[in-house]
Design a protein around this ligand. Structure first.
Ligand SMILES: Cc1cc2nc3c(=O)[nH]c(=O)nc-3n(C[C@H](O)[C@H](O)[C@H](O)COP(=O)(O)O)c2cc1C
Length: 138
């Protein structure tokens, strides 16, 4: 199974999470920023992540989802967002924006805790559990 992780970031925490995801998948995984992701056809599973700024995922990521919808529709897709909000309903709101951009139901979605300066909620164990759940569904 060929796996691609696509993300964007402003301050690096989403990139760090992508590296952890790749590490826990324990298989060859390609990681690309939205602007550099191409050749999507060759992958079976595509995991797409964005940090949340001012209640929204980055437009580079939602644009990526919209503009590659045709190819993504033929793949297994997992979406995640990274942020500091902790309420479940807030997480669902952010994830809904990602799902709407994708335009169809992904196999899984998740919000993962991020960091901002001295507030660091990054959690490797949560990322590990996320990956375990993805692996059960593919
Ligand atoms: C200006 C600003 C606005 C933010 N707005 C939100 C927000 O609306 N909701 C949220 O959950 N987190 C918010 N955050 C937290 C970021 O999502 C968090 O710092 C994330 O880890 C940043 O990802 P990055 O390092 O990949 O850019 C905000 C952070 C900053 C600096």
């Amino acid at each position: 199974m060929k796996i691609l992780i696509v993300y964007d970031t402003k301050h690096g925490s989403t990139e760090q999470i992508c590296k952890w995801i790749a590490e826990f998948i324990n298989n060859k995984v390609d990681i690309r920023r939205t602007g550099e992701a191409d050749n999507l056809e060759k992958y079976d599973l595509i995991i797409v992540g964005s940090p949340i700024y001012m209640e929204r995922p980055l437009s580079s990521v939602t644009k990526f989802l919209k503009s590659h919808r045709d190819v993504l529709q033929r793949k297994k897709v997992v979406l995640f967002v990274v942020g500091l909000a902790t309420f479940k309903f807030t997480a669902s709101r952010y994830l809904r924006i990602m799902k709407n951009a994708l335009g169809f139901e992904p196999i899984m979605v998740r919000m993962l805790p991020g960091k901002w300066r001295f507030i660091n909620h990054m959690d490797r164990t949560k990322v590990e559990n996320f990956v375990k759940e993805i692996m059960k569904r593919i």
